[in-house]
Design a protein. Sequence first.
Length: 630
Amino acid sequence: MKAQETQSPALHLQRQQMLLRMEYEYEKEEFRRQTEAVGVARNVKRGLCWYPVTPGRSYYNSLNQLILEFTRTEDDAPEHSFEYGRPVCFFRQTPDGKVEHLRSQGTVSYADDRRMAVVMPGAGAVLEVQDAWPLGIQLALDETSYRTMFEALEDVSRARGNRLAELRDILLGTVTPGFRELYPVRLPWLNAAQEAAVNRVLCARDVAIVHGPPGTGKTTTLVEAIYETLRREPQVLVCAQSNTAVDWIAEKLADRGLSVLRIGNPVRVTDKMLSFTYERRFEGHPAYPELWGLRRELRRAAAQSRRGTFSERESLRSHLARLRDRITALEVQINADLLDGAHVIAATLVGSNHRVLQGRRFGTLFIDEAAQALEAASWIAIRRAGRVILAGDHCQLPPTVKCPEAARGGLERTLMERIALRKGKATSLLTVQYRMHQDIMRFSSRWFYQDRLEAAKEVRYRGILDWDRPITWVDTTGMDCREEYVGETASRINRAEAELLLRELHQYVQRIGARRIVDERIDFGLISPYKAQVQYLRSRLKADPGLRPLRDLLTVNTVDGFQGQERDVVFISLVRANAEGRIGFLSDLRRMNVAMTRARMKLVILGEAATLSRHPFYRQLLEYIRDIGG
């Protein structure tokens, strides 16, 4: 890795293109395998497919896109990976079990647990899908995102004599980032580290990083940095890798009183979120009723133009041309009004390439959760910016990289991590955390943050029960808790450990008292790195009558699913237990950092010490817990 760090920007970008190509080819092969060999039922369980689905109404939305709605009909619908902007394909299953894919493809506009709205390429595609039965929807390979990332890397590589070239040489090369001298802004509602981070952002000419470990108020700090920047600039671009992260920061900025324009549909579809989407604002523009009428007239006239005499068709063509000119003028006017009237333009990194933003540049780009974004995705948005502010924590979850060889080659190493390690003066570490009891925090602080974190006074000794130990390791060594590989979900499960977790949960609930838990809304998180274990725990909880009154206070999910969340009490099932000491992706310690730091007052870890303690991290964690009496 050190050799890579000394590469010139040109060689580094070439390597990024090569690694991204490896990831693309790997994902393309995986999609082919899932389509041809894995089977529909397994893809449904993996969240990659809905089957069967029922087509519903079709309509044109405010952006003149043809939408077709679908509903899935399973009684116990599993979680899925469908979200705004992701491409989908359609298929039907023949009586002999063969899968036949339809010609048409679409793009997700909106999806919740059971309903999905898909942008269709045309009326013919709608008819083809409506005529197919039984019908299924499957995630397709996201060619558009890959194409956009490759284009961004090419643009950065070719840049000469412009701001993009300067940023490339600063962020990837040996050029030192610049900072201006400004009188410090006083923000007494922030702590000293947060206030210093905001001021570092304001002083940065090129790049600054807000490094926010768990519970340190990274979002609060970022919102203040954006607010203060907007005292000096008319507009900023705010991006994140995922739609969920964009929604989160956009809502916080709106709460701060800023005018936010959200490009793309939100995952959290509430009236508040919808109110600042581009589509809703577009519909609310005074010129929209005229535009809507003209579009309807255009579709009617276009259908008529295929009939009638030659002179009638010629007259209609002239009418169609006038309609199109007026429609284009109205669309340009509405688009300009919406974009010019917003303080904040919010989008995913790939969404920052949306056609409505073409030709638009921003003085400052803020990338939230930058440590979860592929470097190539970050460059998509950086092309539009004069300076870049990155916020996140590269000691937590990395980007999703499916190709092991590409991950080992450095594809999962983000731009934020590279800059933080090589341009230390650009980085501000937030050091006061407001989430965890100090005993839960301390091991993470030592291992990941040079022991620089401190617990705020109000949480330092906070607990649920008197004389309780904040962190406990339940060692399953000798309990015959064996892991199994579950091919159907390509995951691992440890049923005996899951049953032990539920017994420990029952005992802790009894110690607190169910009435107190309900009255005080004490919430619990059950975490495992493995999807199969999560699914098993969910099924056992669902069948447990003793925990039914607490159901809405119990959340079971993977580590990735808990990113950005917190609970009063957290149980972690590590699953791995084998004679060889294999721990798989538990060796990605960033995942364990996320899992442990979700807990506010009580953390219970279940795992076989004989297997896990062969790794120095888990050995030292076990020793730490024993030293503090856990």
